[in-house]
Each structure stands twice: as structure tokens, then as C-alpha cells.
Design a protein around this ligand. Sequence first.
Ligand SMILES: [Mg+2]
Length: 369
Amino acid sequence: MEIIKVEISKLNVAMAHPVRVPLGVIDAARNVVVKITTENGTYGWGEASPFAPITGDSQDSNYITAQQLAKLVIGKNALAIEARMGEINGATVGDPSIRSAFDMALYDIAAKAAGMPLYQFLGGERRGIRTDLTIGMQDSVEKTVEKAQAILDAGFDAIKLKVGRPGLADVAHVKAVRELIGPDVALKMDSNQGWDYPTAVANINAMAALDVQYSEQPLAVWDYDNMARLRDKVDLPICADESLFDDKDALKILKLGAADYLNIKLGKAGGIHMGLKVNAIAEAGGCKCMIGCFGESRLGLSAAAHLAMARPNITFLDLDSAYHFKSDPVIGGVAYDQTIGGLLLLPDTIGHGAEIDEEYLDEDRIMVE
Ligand SMILES: [Mg+2]
């Protein structure tokens, strides 16, 4: 099934509430979408949501690289995903976000060609999947509690709290949220590299009674040795996020014993093809996975939700980026249930089911044929 056309466009969507993390503020989605069309008219959609402090790429770099990748895949078989992703990943070690967009468009085409929803194409079976909702770093404990109350009111069963403040300043936020939500709502924390080893030990010990589910990326991205040391030292599971991009990182982390959980993000892994490898390595090492997001619309989130549904080892879901979008540029695909907080409704449409409403696409749309 020959690829005859690739369309590339920027997609900008404002968010209702900016999210502050130790690495910066996310106040809008500045994404790139690709639509790959094949000779028989079957097409697939993919989305990149670059976040330079983590992925090292940007909307502009993705937009340029997409044009190079488009030339690479034109005239080739869309269904040969192993070959196509080998070429795409061989073309650059950078721009993982846009490599992911091509990947999810190819999987969309392949699942459509097979006449199956993507999770089924990946060998999965329907199961209930729920996402947490994230609270960014607030200026005061009162504001953190206010956010947690809103999440509780919306019926979520899991909250992810952004931490990583200096000293022990995070403890009061975690304590106040736990007191508010009671014992039955899961509470995870993500430091986004904000702590060093002694600060992480002190914080995790000070939070010992607060039933935190795990500590995500407590230390700097490169600090694998101290992650392993921390995991030995404290009685709390450690989850690697920024330290994990691909299968090589997964193997390294497991060999070092540096994490209990791995956070797969399609934008780090360069897509589903690599996400499957990371999950397989994790599973072989007795390690569960989380799946997270950057600022994807429901398009990128649909691809992630299909992968999560297809692989029960992907246990923790953090697919909340589109929850606070001011407008919704996506037709079809995964949706948030309106009564059961965090429940992800994944329709049985063939492919990943999501398309961009073309009215939202930037006028500087490029077509490579
Ligand atoms: Mg994270």
C-alpha cells in the first residue's frame, strides 16, 4: 500500500489552565499534525506535541523534519511499519515527537487496512482504562487543595501532583491533598527532576505516612546511579520518565535497578513501534509501565489509549492533556467520560479513530507528494 501524499500542518490550541512544572509552564499546545495518504485512499493521522525541555525538539523543528521524513516515506509501503520506522529512526536521533506522529499515522493506516480498531490490531482486547488528572505546581497549599477538590468533584480515582520544590516545601502540599481525598483515591507525585538525591530521600521519608503511589522522575534525567541508590534507600516505588526514551534506556534502567516503573510517552519513544519494545523489556524485567503525554490533543491521546488498552502491563495512565483544552480540534477518537472521572471512552472505529477537524489546521500547510 504505497504512500502517495503526506500533509503537514501546525496545530495550536489554547489551554484553560496553564500547568507549571519545575521545567517550565505549559499554557498551550503547539503541535504538528501529519496526514499520510496511500494509493487506495486510506489515510492515517498522527500528532507531535514537542516539549523542548524534555524532548529537545520544537514545533518549528518538527515542522522542518516532517518535510524530510515525508520525502523519505513517499512511494513506499505504509504497511511495512518495521521498515518505515527503521528508516525514520535512522534519519535522525532528534525530533522524537514528529517521528511519533509518522508512527501513529502508519499504525492508523495499518489498522484501517486490517479493518480493526488499533488496540485490536495490536492484539489487545477491550478493558476499562482510566486516566489520572494532574495538578501543576501551585503557589500555595490552599490553591493545590482547591485543584484537588475540583478533581475529586469530577469523580477521578487518581491524582498526579507536580512537586520538585526546594527543601521539604512539597510535603505540606502532598499532606493536604491526602487529607482531602481520603484513602481511596490514588495519589502519585512527579518531581520532573526537581530534587537531588538528599532532597528526594528527605521528602520521600517525610511523606512515608501519606500513601503516595510512586515517585516519578525525582532526580535529574542523567542521574541513573542516584536513581538506583534512591530506589534501594526508600520504601516507595520509583518511576522513570525523562530518563526513559527508548528500548536502550529501558534496558539500562532495568540493569541498573534504577526504577520500578517506566513512563512510556509516544513523543519520547518516537511512537507505538518503540513503545511496544519498551513495554516488552519492562515486562520481561518484572516492571510495570505508565503511559503519559505532553500537550497532545485527543488525536495523540487516542494512539496512546489504544496502546494502553492493548497492553495490560501498561498499568498507570496519565492521558489528561486534552482535558483542559479551550477548544477541541478532534473528531472521533478517545473521549473523557462525563460521569466516571478519568474513564477513557475508546470507540471501536477502525484505526485509532481520531481525525483533525481541518478548520483548525494552520494555513501554512505543506503537502509532499
Ligand atoms: Mg513525568
